[in-house]
Write a protein that binds this ligand. Structure first.
Ligand SMILES: Nc1nc2c(ncn2[C@@H]2O[C@H](COP(=O)(O)OP(=O)(O)OP(=O)(O)O)[C@@H](O)[C@H]2O)c(=O)[nH]1
Ligand SMILES: [Mg+2]
Length: 470
């Protein structure tokens, strides 16, 4: 290597350093957390949001897009090189290709950086010149957020609570039978521990599939590379009168504590602690379809999620947050394209009522919150169908088998209390109506230049989440 090469290398290093320093000093970064339980619509939301921010023809409600202040938006390398990148390109081509399909399920944290070139009008804007604003989008499973509730519980308290709560839920009978046949005071026998964890995890998975939310520990549902490790090989047991150091009970207790310190805590430290804005996606229509118990459960989960964002919560969390806090939280009911627009205000009203209750329940103050109903990718068109002398407001789309069909999901009540009070009363079924669910395939699209994929109120959601920072 010659002197020239070295000098060149040095210059480049300094250049890089210079770039990162100026970036840190002058280029604001918004960290937007996107979460929701599995299948809530996170991947579709991020993909469509980014596509619509890059091609802003369908974003009139995003002020900075409507005024033309956003001159350009482009993908840039993300700041955290060890976090998987959100695979935007593959997801977009799945959704907008010639044979569109929904993206595969994603099971971990991922991240994507979108950078904006912003130039405001007026004298101040002209004086300031163009600015760069970075939007770091962090996608993480809502299941991990709910784990926060475990942090201030001992293994004993958690066990008692879970064993008391799960009776009657799918797969719980098997687990409860196994747990009561197990001697927790006996010496640890690994196959016994493994069997307990497996049957308990199977119950969690089944409960989750039938619409229950509080299915913690979250990694039992999404184990990733931790599958089979001791930190996931525990389950709730009744406390025995006495337990020696080498007993099953003590070992379960140690594993529960490791789960807290080695799984939950690092997630909050590495990902959660740096979020400024948060959107929580909720498949509210899916829950309504599943019935009152799923709705009640969803309402409780919303309170629990909010309490994760409550300033001045548990000491260890405040320590991690170091005075930072999330400024805005949006609860969005996804897949609103399953409903004719005449019913959207009702869905929004249900979300708003739930959010109000969740705020009260979590004694939440601080961040601005909002509730909306949206569709990140509109898969249907509206249609009025005559049926038995009535006109039904339907939506029409392509089913997963390729056939086209019109669909009437049922009528949401005008007063959200009708849904919520029945849910709170622990009813098995809705009183006089049932709400059907249907899965549509994404529609085939022909996008004009400058247009992102069709959506419902994604621009309004973006305005609430990041509009003030652009
Ligand atoms: N009609 C319609 N369906 C949607 C929309 N968004 C999501 N879906 C449906 O919901 C499913 C789940 O969406 P994803 O975006 O993959 O959900 P996710 O939260 O990323 O799910 P996981 O990765 O499994 O946690 C999709 O396969 C679609 O069937 C939407 O805007 N409209
Ligand atoms: Mg996903």
């Amino acid at each position: 290597m010659g002197i020239g090469d070295i000098a060149d290398g040095l210059a480049r290093q300094v250049e890089n350093l210079g770039a990162s320093v100026s970036e840190a000093l002058f280029e604001p970064v918004i960290r937007l957390g996107v979460t929701g339980l599995s299948r809530a619509g996170k991947t579709v939301f991020i993909t469509s949001l980014v596509a619509n921010l890059m091609n802003r023809g369908r974003m009139p409600q995003l002020h900075a897009a409507a005024t033309g202040a956003i001159r350009a938006a482009y993908l840039r390398p993300q700041p955290d090189p060890t976090v998987p990148r959100f695979d935007f390109e593959s997801h977009l081509s799945a959704l907008t290709g010639p044979e569109p399909y929904w993206p595969e399920s994603t099971r971990a944290v991922s991240e994507l950086r979108l950078s904006f070139r912003v130039q405001h009008g007026g004298m101040l804007g002209t004086l300031r010149g163009p600015q760069t604003v970075h939007l770091d989008i962090v996608d993480y499973p809502g299941e991990w957020l709910l784990d926060l509730g475990l942090m201030d519980k001992s293994y004993e308290a958690w066990s008692a609570e879970v064993l008391g709560r799960i009776e009657g839920r799918p797969g719980a009978a098997d687990y409860l039978a196994l747990a009561s046949a197990t001697d927790a005071a006996a010496q640890l026998d690994e196959p016994v521990a493994k069997r307990l964890a497996e049957v308990f995890a199977a119950h969690l998975v089944q409960s989750r599939e039938s619409g229950w939310w509080d299915c913690t520990p979250g990694r039992f549902l999404l184990p990733g590379e931790l599958a089979g490790s001791p930190v996931l090989t525990f389950a709730p047991l009744r406390r025995p009168a006495e337990a020696s150091r080498s007993s099953l009970w003590r070992e379960m207790e140690r594993r529960f504590e490791s789960y807290k310190s080695r799984v939950i805590r690092p997630f909050f430290r590495d990902h959660f602690a740096r979020i400024d804005r948060q959107v929580v996606l909720v498949d509210a229509l899916g829950a309504i379809h599943s019935g009152p118990r799923a709705v009640e459960d969803m309402r409780r989960a919303m309170a629990e999620i909010l309490s994760a964002f409550r300033p001045g919560r548990a000491g260890w969390l405040s320590g991690l947050l170091g005075g930072r806090r999330v400024e805005r939280i949006l609860f969005a009911a996804t897949k609103a394209d399953h409903l004719h627009h005449t019913q959207h205000p009702r869905l929004t009203a249900i979300m708003e009522a739930m959010l109000r209750e969740a705020r009260d329940r979590a004694d939440f103050a601080g961040a601005r919150t909002a509730a909306m109903s949206i569709a990140a990718l509109r898969a249907t068109v509206e249609e009025e169908v005559a049926h038995g002398g009535e006109i039904l407001p339907c939506v029409r789309g392509t089913l997963t088998d390729g056939k086209r069909a019109a669909f009437y999901p049922g009528e949401l009540p005008e007063d959200p209390a009708v849904i919520l009070s029945r849910a709170r009363a622990g009813a098995e079924r809705w009183l006089d109506a049932d709400f059907a669910a249907m899965t549509f395939a994404p529609a085939k699209l022909t996008l004009k230049p400058g247009e992102g994929p069709p959506h419902i109120r994604l621009d309004k959601a973006a305005e609430f989440l990041i509009g003030d920072r652009l």
